[in-house]
Design a protein around this ligand. Structure first.
Ligand code: TYD
Ligand code: MG
Length: 455
């Protein structure tokens, strides 16, 4: 047992220990554990004592709240991801790999917001003002009334923001900011946590919206403590493959709108361009129907998005066959392969399996299961599905197919893009869209038998 009252807390994950150690057992971070003498040291034996606090006003749930007036950037893809525009006094974190286009996106957003009349300050801790100006010129935004600063000292930045009182402040990036009250290097866990805390409380106190840029680690998380994600109102991830021009802005947390909403952009020579019809773009590279290629009718947030699943199945030269996935979950692929083998008698032993979601898209919807199974079977049997067919539906471990939500919307989008038939699970209430033939199956074996004549 430790001395009573002494607790050691990890600043990255918040785990408490009775002993100090160099590495946190909870999250594996180094040098994040320190002695905690604050409130989290456990209930004090003295309790709150005789000193009483003042009374907190209690209200009921029915008290009328007016929805916050949002400012729209008029970049529809960005406004949608924000839940309908920028909420005053909100704190937003935008994460993404280095070089993916965060600074470009935010400079463009800053220019748009500034042109709507919202006073906007862009603080760069990574580039000199001249570099930002040069980029603005290249993007054709040099005349936008954005105010620039290049600094990393947060105390000076906050003093400046307080005096200028903008409606929006963009901080690029949180890892470069440092507070003189914290005794560690910029980018360290305690600096990032302290800087994010100062900025988010400043946003609420002064009614200024702040957008923080955050780099992500190799594991795909925002570098620094997880607590930063809890501090802010909205967490957006800017993702994409380096080799592709598509970029996806994804809301993973949003206190003011739906999470899982996406905005699609294209990186061009003149910055990011909005993609208003992502399905058409994701399918634009599709050629003749070929074995292993299946179109998945998916839903991202509130919007249907069609994309192509590509599978390749080939005899493996290795003793242990390879399973490689891009844009989907590797565990989920293993599950689909196991279900195909155990329930439908289609073995993949001794075969290498590659799965790719075309266009650099990342899919997490369970409804992609059936499209993946179809792509795997089509590749294995070397038989292409008809080019006018879309596929969706969730597969359970028993091999049963579960209906996917928003069937109607998926079918409408497919029809809009010229597809005329679809393969989906039985059940659910949705009917086919007019002009679409709908093939429905209740389990995977039935689907395999009907479509591939095996089973
Ligand atoms: P940047 O916004 O600096 O990325 P981040 O802030 O996420 O690190 O984007 C850098 C990349 O974007 C760089 O590789 C060049 C490319 N780019 C374009 O293709 N077109 C453009 O108009 C701009 C400004 C950048
Ligand atoms: Mg940058």
């Amino acid at each position: 047992m430790a001395k009573s009252g002494t607790t050691y807390t990890c600043s990255a994950c918040g785990a408490s220990f009775s002993k100090w150690s160099g590495r946190c057992d909870g999250c594996g971070e180094w040098n994040t554990i320190s002695e905690d003498t604050g409130l989290s040291a456990g209930p004090s034996s003295k309790g709150l004592g005789a000193k009483r606090g003042s009374t907190v006003t209690l209200t009921d749930l029915a008290t009328q709240e007016t929805p916050p007036p949002r400012t729209q950037s008029k970049v529809a893809e960005l406004d949608r991801v924000l839940g309908g525009g920028l909420v005053p006094a909100s704190a937003i974190l935008v994460g993404g790999d280095p070089g993916i286009g965060k600074s470009t996106l935010l400079l463009q957003a800053a220019a748009r917001f500034a042109r709507t009349g919202l006073k906007t300050v862009y603080v760069s801790g990574e580039e000199a003002s001249a570099q930002v100006r040069m980029r603005a010129q290249r993007l054709g935004l040099a005349d936008a009334p954005v105010q620039l600063a290049a600094d990393t000292n947060l105390r000076n930045i906050l003093t400046t923001l307080e005096a200028e009182a903008p409606g929006l402040a963009i901080i690029d990036s949180i890892q470069t900011m440092w507070l003189d009250t914290v005794d560690s290097a910029p980018g360290s866990v305690s600096q990032v946590r302290a800087a994010a805390h100062e900025l988010t409380t400043f946003a609420k106190r002064k009614g200024i919206s702040v957008i923080l840029v955050g780099h992500v680690t190799k594991e795909g998380q925002i570098a620094g403590p997880r607590v930063v994600e809890h501090m802010v109102d909205t967490v957006l991830y800017f993702e994409g493959e380096r080799g592709h021009q598509f970029r996806i802005l994804r809301a993973v947390k949003n206190r003011f709108g739906p999470a899982d909403e996406i905005g699609v952009f294209e990186m061009t020579g003149k910055g990011l361009a909005e993609v208003t019809n992502p399905s058409a773009l994701f399918l634009s590279e599709r050629g003749e129907p070929s074995p292993g290629s299946v179109v998945f009718a998916g839903i991202e947030g509130t919007r249907p998005v069609l994309c192509e699943m590509q599978a390749l199945v080939a005899p493996s030269p290795h003793s242990q066959a390879r399973r490689t996935v891009v844009g989907w979950d590797g565990g989920r692929l293993a599950m689909i392969l196991a279900v195909l083998e155990a329930r439908c008698g289609v073995p993949f032993t001794g075969l290498d399996v590659y799965l790719n979601v075309a266009g650099g898209m990342k899919i997490s919807e369970p409804a992609a299961d059936l499209a993946v199974a179809a792509a795997l079977l089509s590749a294995r049997e070397d038989s292409a599905l008809p080019a006018d067919t879309v596929v969706f539906g969730e597969i359970s471990l028993s091999g049963a197919l579960r209906p996917a939500p928003q069937t109607e919307n998926r079918l409408k989008e497919a029809q809009k893009l010229g597809f005329s038939s679809s393969i989906a699970p039985k059940g659910g209430k949705a009917q086919s869209a007019p002009g679409m033939t709908l093939k429905r199956f209740s389990d995977l074996t039935e689907f395999v038998g009907d479509v591939f004549g095996a089973g």
